[in-house]
Design a protein around this ligand. Structure first.
Ligand code: SAM
Length: 240
């Protein structure tokens, strides 16, 4: 009998923001898998730490690269496809033995989560269950005390990896914006926000809800941003 692959959202970082359901299902796992940057602990694994069953076997998937190779580089697609193929194959072998697998994901799994690429590969032949998590952006705007969208405001969620022209396009439309995946794209994001006149109310959040959290007006943010940071531009705040 095939096992069950549970893709569990671990929330934005504060371990108290993991759902009760994710905690309950994690406790039943035979195998617990997660992604990590080479040499780093793995965000989702750190958040889940207190809830990993002692009896579970842990499987770590080290990304072949994180920010070292640009998404436009042809190597990116080739190597990441091969990487996700290998990860899915290794979990498929566990599932074929009838084991229960928990695949941990930071935030919500279906919001820019790597787990989606394993879901695409595993779900045609194996039972999968998805447990949503509180997204990083939700954790960040709460941490920043920043009401985001009101009434008929339109919200866009933008990866900072977009080129300047695309970022300008989106930032000139709609009311509220979340810009994720800052890292080495931060200088570009700042430039475009200034150019579009959206910088004044923008808030920079680094490691939202986690130890070492930083929330600052964009114009007071450090020059360099880590990957685990985002910019929030709130929508129109109308008195009712
Ligand atoms: C690959 S995406 C994963 C998003 C995740 N699945 C979610 O639901 O938020 C990684 C990006 O999420 C953002 N992020 C997620 N959690 C965050 C947090 N607690 N503080 C700041 N940024 C966060 C950062 O912009 C980071 O570059």
């Amino acid at each position: 009998m095939s096992g069950l692959c549970r893709i569990l959202g671990m929330g934005p970082g504060d371990p108290e923001l993991i759902t009760l359901k994710a905690v309950r299902l994690l406790a039943q796992a035979d195998v617990v898998a997660w992604f990590a940057a080479c040499g780093r602990p793995g965000h989702a694994r750190v958040i889940a730490d207190a809830h990993i069953p002692e009896t579970a076997r842990e499987v770590r998937f080290d990304y072949p690269f994180t920010t070292g190779v640009s998404v436009d580089d042809p190597r990116y697609l080739v190597e990441m496809t091969a990487f996700y193929d290998r990860c899915a194959q290794s979990l498929a072998e566990e599932l074929d033995q009838g084991l229960q697998v928990a695949l941990l994901c930071e935030g919500d799994p279906f919001l820019y989560g790597s787990a989606m690429y394993l879901f695409d590969r595993l779900s045609p032949g194996h039972r999968c269950e998805i447990v949503p998590g509180i997204s990083g952006m939700s954790g960040c705007w709460s941490a920043a005390h920043l009401p985001m969208v009101h009434g008929d405001d339109v919200l866009s969620v933008l990866p900072a990896t977009l080129d300047e022209e695309s970022l300008s396009h989106w930032l000139s439309r709609g009311d509220a914006h979340v810009i994720m995946k800052l890292g080495r794209n931060f200088a570009k994001v700042r430039t475009v926000l200034h150019r579009c006149g959206r910088h004044e109310k923008a808030i920079y959040v680094e490691r939202g809800t986690q130890a070492g959290q930083v929330c600052l007006p964009l114009d007071q943010a450090p020059e360099k941003a880590p990957y685990f940071s985002m910019v929030l531009v709130p929508g129109r705040r109308r008195v009712r």
